[in-house]
Design a protein around this ligand. Sequence first.
Ligand code: DGL
Length: 277
Amino acid sequence: MIKGGAPVGVFDSGIGGLTVAHAIENRLPAERIHYFGDTAHMPYGERSPALVCRYATRIARHLVDSGCKALVIACNTASANALDAVRAEVGPDIPVIDVVAPVVAQVVKSRLSSIGVIGTRATVASGLYGRLLRAGGTAEVHEFATPLLAPLIEEGWHHSESNIIEPIIRGYLDRAAFGNLDGLVLGCTHYPLASAGFASVLGAGVKIFDAPAAVADSLAEALETAGLLADAGLAGGVVNRPAHRFEVSDLTPSFSASARVFFGANLSLEACDLWTD
Ligand code: DGL
């Protein structure tokens, strides 16, 4: 029987999913996170749907075999191309949360009528955001692939003093020629790391939608429904913060740096190659 004290598995191709993991830690401080960053295969956005499915199902199997009670696919590319495959792999007892549905629900609730969506090539090619938003009543949806952004962010360029990310964001939005947008969906979990750049390019008139907080809320709801919430262990009102586990398929300096920014200098990072026999 799966117990509430088991960890929540969270995965992405690299550091993007850390934005989601961090929001989960804030929203559900008693939950233990087992994170997998598939840095060896990043960027997922340039892979075929079949390959993304292969990577995502392998990681899902690993996380569940390691004892995870629920999974968060903290990657739009894998959510858009491999959600059904991951659910089929892990079976009905493991709640699987993706990053697309919670953001779509937020946009639909906002009732804004002209929405832009940017993401990786594989996310935009799936057309999933467009289909779900139109079905939810959003009048106009414009999707555009921005493939340079995730690798730049993975390399830490959103921190660069020369602020190189802003002209690239501006260049993509010019090319996309979205017209007058009411809102923009950051359809890649790497993009919130460059949220200051997006806010400055878009200005106050365009609402930015992204995954982290919405996904953490969906996870909380799913764990509660399944009776799988961790015991907060409140001692004197203070939550007992559990130790998280971080694995990557290739140990990269950018992953170590970002993981430490979000989760502190003492985190332990393990290399884990799931693909060699
Ligand atoms: N963070 C990922 C996403 O949300 C993927 C970036 C990539 O590996 O291309 O799509």
